[in-house]
Design a binder for this molecule. Structure first.
Ligand code: NAD
Length: 491
């Protein structure tokens, strides 16, 4: 079966007629084909979004009216939770229960932004007090316009929701380009939108390669805003392209997040959160706490326990029961992560467990959960984003040293700290240069809070009200209220 592009409410083939194969990473089988869009398709999709935005009705509806459709989208997704989660497993490889979380979070995201659209509708324009009594100003907030949304493959539907839900809530029209590696559920979102009654052209979905479809989308002069999630390298390229037209841009990029564990921590809790922080979703998580700093006093006992527990992690097809680690998303990611593991071995780090392809699985891109200890600060495995099930561990002896090591990274997406001393946790949390800090846990993410990074991890914030404001422009409307003549030219 071949899936088409959704443009202006119709499902169409790519102008070139070309398609892309979609592969199940657990079996290496081709499971689906999607249209491979190019510049011509992007032009048609952007025109559809532009027309939809410029002529309404979506952009002219009020927030309460938009909320009704967003809630219908949430319901359409919710009733299909198991089916959509299954598609996510086939496409991405993640274990089914984790895919169910993704779909539940997607539903929550649409409902949350429906609520914000409602609240927006009921919030009066802001009045600003001015230093000159003759004038009054009010601030109105308007949708930013046509949004180009480009997303990665690690949480396919959820990453689409993080952009599409707030953009629609704000009244924007969207051209969504999912990752070529995992396009299936984004196309399902198109079906969902149609069934919910979203007007034609408001959400267009174009599948295709980054260079063929993503690049022309980011360069299109009629796109007002680019919302991108992906690698630093692509983010930098997109930013340079967007600079030509001074496009509004938000970037959610990579990470190499630290987890600081102090010696007063409960070892069992520490081991649980360290494992969760790196091995859920196969470690293909932008905020994965992939650099772990453990205070001297408990360094070896924690490593010993990590080894024991990591060796119990069940590896296999995400559709099978009781699997905790699925395959990497594709061959190139598998090769990239194996390459890092080899570099780690050569760097002199101590390989605690794992270190290669999972045993007994002949097909699929399965790797063992891998732990390196005594990792050198200047080694590639410590500094670069691996984006796989590989954790690097190092010891520290003082709080000051831990903070220095944690902050010594070009990334600043997330960080975690664990200690029974609340004051110390708060002190370290404020010293860490990261957009998200977890205390006594790692990874839990809530739609209500801001998400995004410092340094090379990105620009702007998604989720919460910050994610909504991403898609709004502020306009000041200033009125001269006085009967007094202005009297500058005309006396
Ligand atoms: P990627 O940068 O290779 O691709 C992301 C998207 O960009 C894909 O849709 C791709 O087709 C498109 N693309 C590629 N080249 C392009 C170009 N020249 N112009 C326009 N679009 C182009 O990233 P990936 O491998 O899909 O995802 C992994 C990366 O995403 C990791 O670095 C990870 O940390 C990051 N990520 C960040 C967050 C976050 O919230 N900060 C969340 C998830 C993933």
């Amino acid at each position: 079966m071949i899936s088409k592009l959704l443009i202006n409410g119709s499902w169409v083939n790519a102008c070139s007629g070309e398609t892309l194969d979609v592969i199940d990473p657990a079996t290496e089988d081709v499971i689906h084909q999607v249209a491979s869009a190019g510049k011509e398709d992007i032009n048609v999709a952007v025109k559809a979004a532009r027309d939809a935005f410029d002529s309404g009705p979506w952009s002219e509806m009020n927030g309460a009216e938009r909320a009704v459709i967003l809630r219908k989208m949430a319901t359409e997704i919710e009733v299909r939770t198991n089916e959509l989660a299954g598609l996510e497993v086939l496409d991405n490889g993640k274990p089914l229960p984790e895919a169910v979380w993704d779909i539940e979070d997607t539903v929550a995201c649409f409902n949350f932004y429906a609520d914000l659209a409602d609240e927006f509708h009921n919030t009066p324009d802001e009045k600003i007090a001015l230093s000159d009594y003759r004038f009054t100003t009010r601030v109105v907030r308007e949708p930013v316009g046509v949004v180009g949304a480009i997303i990665p493959w690690n949480f396919p539907l959820l990453m689409a929701a993080w952009k599409v839900a707030p953009a629609l809530a704000a009244g924007c029209a969207v051209v969504l380009k999912p990752s070529e590696v995992t396009p299936i559920t984004a196309l399902e979102l198109g079906e969902v939108a149609q069934r919910a009654g979203l007007p034609d052209g408001v959400l267009n979905i174009v599948t295709g390669l980054g260079a063929n479809a993503g690049q022309p989308l980011s360069a299109h002069p009629d796109v007002d805003k680019l919302a991108f999630t992906g690698s630093v390298q692509t983010g930098s390229r997109i930013m340079q392209t967007a600079a030509r037209d001074i496009k509004n841009i938000s970037l959610e990029l990579g990470g190499k997040s630290p987890f600081v564990v102090f010696a007063d921590s409960d070892i069992k809790q520490a081991v649980e959160w360290i494992l969760f922080g790196i091995f859920w979703n196969q470690g293909e998580v932008c905020s994965a706490t992939s650099r772990v700093l453990i205070e001297d006093g408990i360094y070896e006992p924690v490593i010993e326990r990590l080894k024991e527990e990591a060796q119990k992690i069940t590896i296999g097809n995400g559709m099978h029961d009781d699997i905790l680690l699925g395959p990497l998303v594709n061959k190139s990611q598998y090769d990239k992560v194996l390459g890092f593991i080899e570099q780690g071995k050569r760097s002199g780090a101590r390989l605690v467990t794992g270190g290669g392809p999972a045993k007994g699985l002949d097909k699929g891109y399965f790797l063992e959960p891998t732990i390196f200890a005594d990792v050198e600060e200047n080694s590639s495995i410590w500094r670069e984003e691996i984006f796989g099930p590989v954790v690097c561990i190092k010891s520290f002896s003082t709080e000051e040293e831990a903070v220095k090591l944690a902050n010594d990274s070009e990334f600043g997406l997330a960080a975690a700290v664990m200690s029974k001393d609340d004051d110390r946790c708060d002190r370290v949390a404020s010293a860490l240069r990261a957009g998200i800090v977890w205390i006594n846990c790692s990874q839990p993410t809530f739609v209500e809070g801001p998400w995004g990074g410092y340094k090379k991890s990105g620009i702007g914030r998604e989720l919460g009200r910050w994610g909504f404001e991403n898609y709004l422009e502020e306009k000041q409307i200033t009125r001269y209220n006085s009967e007094e003549p202005w009297g500058w030219y005309v006396k």
